[in-house]
Design a protein around this ligand. Structure first.
Ligand code: OXD
Ligand code: MN
Length: 588
């Protein structure tokens, strides 16, 4: 076994772990990634030679490539995802659980010798701006060059991370092998007590790019609870008002509910001075600052966005961000090398579908519904100049939301932090293609963290309540629903860029500039307090969007109660009290 590249200032814990991993997996070579451009080019050329990547049209999409994953490996797999805590109760009723030693005994044999004939890449990376006190170092060991190339886009990868780690620094180790990519031998294991990740048998982003969901959410959520900060499944955006003042929002929506679109929205009110910029589209790490406010960083350096539905109408910024230096996974391809997907709103000739069938016969989607672009954040035209601020950005509003065709108004404001925590804890949406399982059923997804909370969900709600006690200048909490439909099933609200109008209302509420109606479920705007200039929306529609019908809410209470009961004994009493209080208000 020979090492291609060795790092200079070697951290002892890292050296030892790399050695142990190599002894276990027996790779032919060990390659320490430095994150350089030259290294990236050579990885790409190896993948092109091996058929792992297909070049896109290099005139139109410079340095962009298509990767076709194994067709059995196209999404996160919750049934293969485990939280391995000593006591089952610490993983809680919403996670799959295995005892740590049992999990290792089961999966270690799969890792044994799994890299024979392959290269073992050592991928050091930083989650968060380099040098930020909120950032964390991770190291992923993987046998997938696709993972290495993707990690270079999604994180600050290579020598930078080794420098930040130093000789004595700590890091989260993550072991990954695509193995034989057999769905029956696929395990995404998290050991939150040990801060360790093992992922075997999948090459799909969410299962294999260990910095993202595994470290930045599941492991980090546990660290955050233990250390008094927050790791959330939230976008971060910046709203500039006509005076030039910047206000930051963090927002949680279940997967594929338009987080990336909201984070990158183009304000139709730019000429009036309202501009929106992007800080992050998926994950927020938030700490209490010395000023008592909540400060957030985006731990990622790129976007791993859902492609279908992305067009010049829905998200031009995402199209530009992913037009160069990006990797596409499981999209369709035109004969001239231009990528294509459903909802692209562009003509196409003969297509090769995401499975490589040529010509595409139209009997199934040409691009996989969960096909993705992996694009550098710096290429996004709306990226905020503050997106890499080491201290983060101060969050004034936290937004929850779901995909609800009925009942839930366009926007409401929580009465206080506890009530807002209850709103997040009971948020529900329809399932989508980003997670395997049944599509299109209503499921509760507290704070959009159901698949990502690394510990007991009841304790997680408790942590939210504790944070509320400790933040002296807490953000206001809001709930939005862009997806209400009329009797004809059509969306009532235009969404996309027009969502800035809702942010403007939130801003006015933060500044105490507008009154709102106190309803049983929160403060809801009156139609005349929304900034509707330039949007031709009949008043009846707006009234319908803002309507709170107690009968509809009462009808859902049993489902909410069942959801809370499912959380079990660790559900904080305050959440139960919030539920009882809503019930009383609805019946009043
Ligand atoms: C994602 C997800 O990939 O939430 O971001 O599923
Ligand atoms: Mn996500």
């Amino acid at each position: 076994m020979k090492s291609v590249l060795r790092s200079e200032a070697l951290n002892q814990k890292l050296a030892q772990w790399v050695e142990e991993s190599a002894a276990l997996m027996k790779p032919d070579r060990i390659f320490w990634c430095d994150g350089s451009e030259t290294e990236y080019k050579s990885l790409v050329s190896t993948m092109l030679d091996g058929g792992d990547l297909v070049p896109l049209n290099q005139d139109e999409y410079p340095n962009c490539y298509l990767h076709r994953s194994n067709p059995n490996d196209v999404a996160r797999v919750e049934k293969c995802t485990f939280i391995c805590t000593t006591n089952e109760i610490d993983a809680g009723p919403t996670n799959n659980w295995m005892a740590p030693e049992a999990a290792k005994a089961k999966v270690r044999p799969l890792f044994e010798g799994c890299m024979q004939g392959r290269t073992m890449y050592v991928v050091p990376y930083v989650m968060g701006p380099v040098g930020s006190p909120i950032s964390k170092v991770g190291v992923e060991i993987t046998d997938s060059p696709y993972v290495v190339a993707s990690m270079r886009i999604m994180t600050r990868m290579g020598q930078t991370a080794l420098d930040q780690l130093g000789e004595d620094g700590d890091f989260v180790p993550g072991l990954h092998s695509t193995g034989d990519c057999n769905p029956d031998r696929r395990y995404i294991l998290h050991f939150p007590e040990e801060r360790l990740i093992w992922s075997y048998g999948s090459g799909y982003g969410g299962n294999a790019l260990l910095g993202k969901k595994c470290l930045a959410l599941r492991i980090a959520s546990t660290m955050a609870k233990d250390e008094g900060w927050m790791a959330e499944h939230m976008l971060i955006l910046e709203l500039e008002d006509p005076t030039g003042e910047l206000t930051y929002f963090a927002a949680a929506f279940p997967s594929a509910c338009g987080k990336t679109n909201l984070a990158m929205l183009i304000s139709p009110l730019e000429d009036q001075g309202y501009k929106v910029r992007t800080v992050g589209d998926d994950i927020a790490w938030m700490e209490i600052g010395e000023d008592g406010r909540l400060w957030a960083i985006n731990p990622e350096a790129g976007f791993f966005g859902v492609v279908p539905g992305t067009s010049v109408h829905t998200n031009p910024n995402a199209l530009i961000a992913s037009h160069s230096n990006s990797i596409y996974t499981n999209v369709a391809l035109c004969d001239d090398g231009i990528p294509w997907w459903e909802g692209k709103d562009e003509e196409h000739g003969v297509l090769t579908d995401w499975l490589g069938n040529h010509p595409w016969d139209g009997s199934a989607p040409a691009a996989h519904p969960n096909s993705r672009f992996t694009a550098p954040a710096t290429q996004c035209p709306s990226i905020s100049p503050h997106w890499e601020d080491k201290c983060g950005v101060p969050i004034s509003g936290i937004i929850f939301g779901g995909r609800r065709n009925k009942t839930v108004p366009l926007v409401s404001e929580a009465f206080n932090w506890e009530h807002g925590t209850y709103l997040g804890a009971t948020m529900a949406s329809r399932t989508t293609a980003a997670a395997e399982g049944k599509s299109d059923v209503l499921r509760f997804d507290p704070m959009a963290m159901l698949p990502f909370c690394g510990y007991n969900m009841g304790d997680y709600f408790g942590h939210w309540l504790n944070m509320g006690q400790r933040i002296s200048q807490p953000p206001k909490l809001f709930f939005v629903n862009w997806f209400r439909t009329g009797d004809d099933g059509k969306y009532l609200w235009p969404g996309y860029g027009e969502n800035v109008r809702i942010l403007i209302w939130m801003l006015a509420r933060m500044r105490g500039q507008v009154e709102a109606q106190r309803t049983a479920v929160g403060f809801v705007p009156t139609a005349e307090t929304l900034h509707m200039e330039g949007l031709d929306l009949p008043n009846e529609i707006l009234e319908e969007l803002l309507k709170v019908d107690p009968a509809e809410w009462i009808a859902e209470l049993p489902e909410v109660e069942q959801h809370l009961n499912h959380i079990g004994d660790r559900l904080p009493a305050e959440i139960r009290q919030q539920f009882e209080a809503v019930k009383v208000r609805l019946h009043a």
